[in-house]
Write a new protein. Structure first.
Lengths: 117, 113
């Protein structure tokens, strides 16, 4: 079974530039998550999709971050303009339900490491 | 405000001995807890979980203990193996919250041969 695919693996940009990350979840998984992991911290949820609808984006800095999940499959996360503090690993995860029913697992991709100079 | 705390940034143990990783939480609404393992340059992978209706869950060499009154959980690895060397994240969520996980900062476990 193919896992969660993310690209690119690494990205280096200058502040005020824009950047986009792509995620392809495990086939059939209805729920997709974007997490931000700053060095030395645990992953922090940015946005959660159920199919192609947004379930939770309360921690997404909406003035600069945007995300979409077209047709309920692939997703893109965009930052425009980037700031120095956006340097982090951006992790995509998927799960089959996302309803918090217990015995549920999130499957993570390898992440995109973003460096903002 | 850190709702899930892993106070030990690192832990070093000898191969074959027990590894004990600790986690504390402050949010009384959390009732489902998970441990994830992360190798360098990879995403976290699910290891083991426990519901608040239990105080212990075991899966092979891995056992998670939950003390609800103390808001504390721990992960025991017995016996520890060099391949267990990784960062371990504790995570928690209220059931029915659309599975919104809150992670701790992680503990780097090093198992020495």
């Amino acid at each position: 079974e193919a896992g969660v695919a993310q690209s690119p693996r690494y990205k280096i940009i200058e502040k005020r530039q824009s950047v986009a990350f792509w995620c392809n979840p495990i086939s059939g998984h209805a729920t997709l998550y974007w997490y931000q992991q700053i060095l030395g911290q645990g992953p922090k949820l940015l946005i959660q999709f159920q199919n192609n609808g947004v379930v939770d984006d309360s921690q997404l800095p909406k003035d600069r971050f945007s995300a979409e999940r077209l047709k309920g499959v692939d997703s893109t996360l965009k930052i425009q303009p980037a700031k120095l503090e956006d340097s982090a690993v951006y992790l995509c995860a998927s799960s089959s339900q996302g309803t918090g029913g217990g015995n549920e697992k999130l499957f993570f991709g390898s992440g995109t490491q973003l460096s903002v100079l | 405000d850190q709702q899930v705390k892993q106070n030990s940034p690192s832990l070093s143990v000898q191969e074959g001995r027990i590894s004990i990783l600790n986690c504390d939480y402050t949010n009384s609404m959390f009732d489902y807890f998970l441990w994830y393992k992360k190798y360098p340059a990879e995403g976290p992978t699910f290891l083991i979980s426990i519901s608040s209706i239990k105080d212990k869950n075991e899966d092979g060499r891995f056992t998670v203990f939950l003390n609800k009154s103390a808001k504390h959980l721990s992960l025991h690895i017995v016996p520890s193996q060099p391949g267990d060397s990784a960062v371990y994240f504790c995570a928690a969520t209220p059931v029915g919250s659309n599975y919104k996980l809150t992670f701790g900062k992680g503990t780097l476990l090093t198992v020495n041969p």
